[in-house]
Design a protein around this ligand. Structure first.
Ligand SMILES: [Zn+2]
Length: 457
């Protein structure tokens, strides 16, 4: 069995919209209340449970809430009890994540101390996990204490008639959505996949495939992005917190939601096409975080209090665009779609110079400015579109044997360098590869015509 997420836009009546907002507000309220409670426990103020021990486990929070809800929130009956449960659950998760991260038991980015949830800045949401929620009819969802809410899509068809195990209601871009989690049988991968492809993701052009296919940004996206910038300027001119400000903010959220939807749609179509067409897909491991980090300040050696230009302004513009394209989204989509279709996804090391390498002779250029849209090789005279060159290199690097990839990484970290001896030791060595000069790294498994090797000097 496999879990599948389905998201549909809701079409609530004004009354239902008020109830949705109320439930989401209840989840937020109880989160903040619980945070205050845990804080006072940790500070040694034992007035809340009388024992002076901080316990952020779900049973403890639930016990505390049931004992105090009448006093702290006499209006609690107005909302579904699931709203309070989801608020407490996310608080409990926030604390476990914080402590696990602090103690090094949690991978990934460091989690901070749980923050207050602001009414204007937090995404309104709550989750149903128990009770009689689910698909009511083809275009309707049943929400306890709210009733049947109409959906914009045929939700029965999307879920295949399977009742969801949980359902999260959230609001973004000015609209309410329901995310349903359903358990579906494992898909049968189709056997029609064949061939391999390398994909280069870009800013101006959304993607270039190694077979020469290009995927452009939709024109409508440019139009709505212009509208987004205009609305942002409008918001900036208004006094913060005023009625006119809030009105402009709402408008901006709506426009931003539209832009995000357009982008996701294009990415969805591209990743579906890739995952259902090719057997082997190679992409670059692009670290969005690394690319968006603010450049370090560069002190002026002659003037101790002054700083030299460090390209921060230029980077800020480019980074914004890079983020906009949504590399992270692309990779996540491709990962799960490949798992569904049975295609193999290869991630090429992020230090591999895909743009600087000649896809014909393997020479690596020392410098390649972003302005150069056409790659010209000084060694073999190849003239090729920059992105197409990169895509071809990614394709070759992605389909290279594992040991060669590892050797490449090892070289990059300056631990060792690939020689015919290390190749032989890794089991990849044969007469052909031993003949490659030591300053060349062979990418790709086929014959020694030198086309697939990368010169690294
Ligand atoms: Zn060349």
């Amino acid at each position: 069995m496999m879990r599948k997420g389905i998201k549909v836009r809701l079409d609530p009546t004004p009354r239902q919209e008020r109830l949705l907002a109320s439930n989401a507000g209840a989840a937020r309220y109880v989160f903040n209340l619980g945070l205050m409670h845990i804080k006072s426990q940790l500070n040694g103020n034992t007035s809340c449970d009388g024992q002076g021990k901080a316990d952020w486990s779900m049973p403890a929070l639930r016990r505390w809430w049931n004992a105090w809800k009448q006093e702290l929130a006499p209006w609690w009956r107005e909302n579904s009890k699931e709203a309070y449960t989801s608020g407490l659950q996310s608080l409990s998760d926030a604390f476990s994540n914080y402590f696990a991260s602090r103690d090094g038991e949690r991978k990934g980015e460091r989690m901070g101390w749980p923050k207050w949830r602001s009414k204007h800045k937090t995404t309104p949401k709550f989750t149903y996990t128990t009770g009689s929620f689910g698909v009511a009819d083809p275009h309707g969802l049943k929400l306890p204490r709210i009733g049947r809410v109409h959906c914009m899509e045929n939700v029965e068809q999307l879920t295949g008639g399977i009742q969801p195990s949980h359902m999260t209601i959230s609001k973004h871009g000015g609209h309410w959505y329901a995310s349903l989690c359903v358990e579906v049988p494992d898909p049968q991968p189709p056997t029609t996949l064949e061939g391999h492809v390398g994909v280069d993701i870009g800013v101006k052009r959304i993607a270039t495939l190694s077979d020469g296919t290009t995927v452009e940004n939709p024109h409508t996206l440019k139009t709505s992005m212009r509208r987004q910038r205009r609305t942002q300027r409008k918001l900036n001119r208004r006094r913060k917190g005023s009625k006119r400000y809030l009105k402009a903010k709402k408008e901006l959220q709506r426009v931003e939601g539209h832009v995000a939807n357009q982008r996701r749609d294009r990415m969805d179509k591209l990743t579906t096409m890739l995952a259902t067409t090719y057997a082997d897909i190679s992409i670059e491991d692009l670290s969005v975080k690394g690319m968006t980090k603010r450049p370090k300040a560069k002190p002026d050696p002659n003037n101790p209090d002054k700083y030299l230009p460090n390209g921060r302004k230029a980077k800020a513009g480019l980074n914004r665009e890079i983020l906009d394209v949504g590399f992270g989204m692309f990779r996540r989509m491709l990962e799960y779609k490949c798992a569904l279709s049975g295609a193999r996804l290869h991630i090429v090391d992020r230090w591999y110079p895909s743009s600087k390498t000649c896809s014909n002779c393997g020479t690596v250029k020392a410098k390649l400015s972003l302005k150069e849209r056409v790659y010209r090789c000084d060694h073999c005279g190849l003239v090729i579109d920059r992105d197409l060159n990169a895509a071809s290199n990614i394709d070759v690097a992605g389909s290279a044997p594992r040991d060669v990839k590892r050797a490449w990484r090892a070289h990059k970290t300056k631990e060792s360098w690939l020689t015919p001896e290390t190749l032989a030791a890794s089991g990849e060595g044969n007469a052909n590869q031993a003949a490659v000069p030591a300053d060349c790294l062979r990418l790709g498994a086929d014959a020694g015509n030198g086309v697939l090797s990368t010169r690294t000097n």
